[in-house]
Design a protein around this ligand. Structure first.
Ligand SMILES: [Zn+2]
Length: 320
């Protein structure tokens, strides 16, 4: 087996102790709902869908410690793939992404209702009713490579609107996910154009860089204000500077790996803009993978280049 230790990036942040949140108050471990007692949406923020992505756990821990309560409606804070998160080891930080399978590729009804078993499916089946109940979801993640933070707003205009209302991070990517399976942010009514339910997935920067923590907090507080869960007054002491103009990128599709021999022609970190259509990016076995259009933006090139996975996503700039 190839060693999975990744020493490419220093570990600048620490996994918080989340055991105080195990009991919660919903009957589901590590899930807490705060009810304002006033009408309003059910807003949800989720962390550690991938166990090695620490910034979401730090953001939820921070929120709990402020003692803040929702201003209207209900607010649910949930730690998702807790088993994977609790296995986090700074000496081997990549290994705790999941236990059996990727928790963020199993959110279609056929998989959740199907016969397959895994630790992640067990947890997803437990969380499913509360995910289905949420009106607005922010799912906090981070990335393998040190690139600028981005919001994955999903395939619909309503996702872009929610990203714009949240106001951070600067880059908003509109996309449909992965061939390998459905993400939690794309579950049920979140991607039903007729439903007012809406969701976002924020990628806060490299997994273990200090900046990911800042981005997770800023995005969470601005999302909570925009969705009405928190008052602007309550959030103000926790917010940074007024954000600038956002940039929107539409993903035309992921490059899905079809062989056991996929390699990029050079090291890509993400957000490279390739000027000419037809430029070779990679080889998948013997086939060249080329840019399909001019000014093609590379988004989240992966280090895990296994068959069936997404090697990179390709996109272009759009107005909104
Ligand atoms: Zn993730």
């Amino acid at each position: 087996m190839t060693p999975r230790v990744d020493n490419s990036y220093p570990i600048e942040i620490a996994a918080p102790d989340i055991t105080p949140y195990k009991a919660g108050n919903t009957g589901i471990d590590y899930v807490t709902t705060m009810d304002s007692g006033k009408p309003g949406p059910h807003v949800m923020v989720t962390a550690v869908v991938h166990g090695n992505e620490l910034c979401g756990a730090i953001a939820l821990d921070y929120f709990f410690k402020t003692g803040l309560r929702p201003h209207a409606g209900k607010l649910t804070l949930a730690f998702c793939n807790v088993e994977a998160f609790l296995s986090f080891d700074a000496a081997d930080p990549t290994i705790s992404r999941f236990i059996d399978e990727d928790f963020n590729r199993i959110w279609s009804a056929d998989v959740l209702d199907g016969p397959r078993q895994s630790q992640e499916l067990t947890r997803a089946r437990i969380l499913r009713p509360i995910i289905a109940e949420a009106d607005f979801l922010l799912d906090i993640h981070s990335m393998q490579k040190k690139t600028e933070a981005l919001m994955l707003s999903g395939p619909l205009p309503k996702g872009r609107d929610l990203a714009q209302g949240t106001g951070v991070p600067k880059i908003v990517v509109t996309d449909s996910g992965h061939a390998a399976g459905k993400r939690m942010r794309d579950y049920g009514d979140f991607i039903n154009p007729k439903s007012p339910k809406n969701s976002l997935l924020v990628e806060c920067g490299q997994h273990w860089e200090k900046a990911s923590e800042t981005c997770a907090l800023e995005t969470m507080f601005r999302f909570l204000v925009h969705t009405g869960a928190l008052s602007a007054e309550d959030a103000a002491p926790h917010l940074g500077d007024t954000p600038g103009q956002q940039v929107f990128i539409e993903v035309s599709g992921p490059v899905t790996i079809t062989t056991d021999k996929f390699r990029f022609v050079q090291e890509y970190n993400g957000f490279e803009v390739i000027e000419k259509a037809g430029t070779v990016l990679a080889y998948d076995g013997d086939s060249a993978v080329v840019t399909p259009y001019d000014n093609c933006v590379l988004i989240m090139p992966s280090k895990r280049l296994g068959k069936g996975g997404s090697a990179v996503r390709l996109g272009r700039f759009i107005s909104h």
